[in-house]
Design a protein around this ligand. Structure first.
Ligand code: HAM
Length: 422
């Protein structure tokens, strides 16, 4: 019986894992400079948390959640995203009592029962950030700048920042009415999903990917014309900060996002190298969510990057960079193998990645293996060398070779290789 991973769920193996680790380490370093600290939030939560925040009529809640009853009959959901759990955590632990702002990041798997395709998985990984407690647009600009620095830090330059404001609870009703009026006469021509959205969530019609709907919504009222004074001021200030930092962006009035908790700023980073699933990161402001979760009125903003999509883009840039062993120890005979074992431990203690020869094989095949796994230096111990207290060495990259007393190994290491990174 052969088993496979579930549909839309994949294993991440070396050498890809090295790309993931590098993204994570650059992200940590960038977040640290901006004062974002790590939190570890659970993978499962009470289902209500997601319904309440993401919204009952969104695709995620209607169709995509992995929801099941636990043994006591409670409805549990495997997190489809991290913002709702982060807000639950912020409110549950009264983190609003700490000096504001509180800035966090998290990483880990998310789960959405979507139709799998290139770049779209049912289990996928995000690194997300959330900043609580600042209503000023300076933090919107700061978070976007941090995202840009993160993407540049990992070598991604050809990406587009798309930006919008979807207003607040004051101006959105007016905008919704304008949209309803515009769609009213042509509603029967829209796809069944949009017809449903007309009643439940008309803003989402702007986000529909069906060609016919894209055509039909041309000329729809733009949200920018319906922002209240405060929202407009907020957006203008954000845009001027981005200009100040020379961060280029495209204004996209259709960027409404598939999650209901957003207010004001929304943004998405896309890449033209990815096909249909081209968003590598996305986020926005959600000024009402903390209060809706029972906390004090607290503005907040965040984003999440999609690891699989970023790793796909980076694979081309970093294809040759995966780590390989520094030293291979080839041995002939039991006694030499034991001495090789001892030397391997000694060199590992000095920080080198050492691969020994585990099973007896000819010297030729051991050296072939050393080459295949990308080792830089082979140390060769045979019975004669052992008796003489010596070791042969071969630089597998340059072809140079020689002999050295075992006690003097350090000298050839210094000449031939650098210690591995921890
Ligand atoms: P989101 O747009 O749903 O936002 O997801 C963020 C990113 O996760 C997407 O841009 C994409 O790169 C990746 N992603 C989403 N779904 C999939 C999938 N099925 N397969 C692969 N990658 C995927 C959020 O999740 C918000 N919580 C972001 C946020 C944080 N807003 C404020 N704070």
């Amino acid at each position: 019986m052969a088993y496979n991973a579930l549909k839309g769920i994949q294993d991440i193996l070396p050498p890809d894992i090295h790309i993931w680790q590098k993204i994570e380490s650059v992200a940590r370093e960038v977040f640290q400079r901006y004062g974002f600290q790590e939190i570890r939030i659970p993978i499962i939560e009470s289902t209500d948390i997601f319904i309440r925040s993401i919204g009952e009529t969104t695709d995620i809640v209607e169709k995509e959640m992995y929801t099941f009853p636990d043994k006591a009959g409670r409805s549990i959901t495997m997190r489809p995203e991290g913002t709702a759990p982060a807000v639950r955590c912020y409110v549950e632990h009264h983190l609003y009592n700490l000096p504001s702002p509180q800035k966090f990041f998290y990483s880990g798997p998310m789960f959405r029962y979507e139709r799998p395709q290139k770049g779209r998985f049912r289990q996928f990984y995000q690194i997300g950030v959330e900043a609580f407690g600042v209503s000023q647009p300076s933090i919107d600009a700061e978070v976007i700048a941090m995202l840009k620095n993160l993407l540049e830090g990992i070598g991604l330059k050809e990406v587009n920042f798309e930006l919008n404001s979807i207003g607040c609870e004051k101006c959105r009703p007016d905008y919704k009415n304008a949209l309803l009026k515009f769609f009213e006469n042509r509603l029967s021509d829209f796809c069944p999903d949009c017809q449903r959205r007309y009643n439940t969530n008309p803003l989402r019609i702007l986000d529909c990917k069906v060609e016919r709907c894209i055509e039909l919504r041309k000329g729809a009222p733009a949200v920018a014309e319906h922002l209240c004074g405060n929202c407009r001021e907020h957006f203008n200030e954000l845009v001027s900060r981005l200009d100040l930092m020379k961060i280029s962006y495209t204004l996209n009035p259709n960027l409404v996002r598939g999650l209901d908790y957003y207010t004001r700023t929304t943004f998405e980073v896309t890449s033209e190298h990815l096909g249909a699933q081209k968003a590598v990161a996305a986020g926005g402001r959600y000024d009402r969510l903390v209060e809706e979760f029972g906390g004090p009125s607290t503005p907040a903003i965040g984003f999440a990057i999609g690891m699989e999509r970023i790793a796909t883009l980076l694979k081309e840039i970093w294809s040759d960079e995966h780590p390989s062993p520094k030293i291979f120890i080839a041995t002939l005979g039991k006694e030499a193998e034991i001495e090789g074992f001892r030397i391997a431990e000694d060199l590992r203690a000095k920080g080198f990645w050492v691969e020994p020869n585990y099973a007896g094989a000819s010297l030729k095949s051991q050296l072939r293996k050393a080459d295949r796994i990308g080792a830089e230096l082979a140390l060769i111990i045979g019975e004669n060398e052992l008796k003489a207290g010596k070791i042969q060495w071969k630089n597998l990259k340059k072809g140079e070779q020689g002999e050295v007393e075992i006690k003097d190994i350090q000298a050839i290491l210094t000449d031939n290789i650098q210690p591995s990174n921890p």
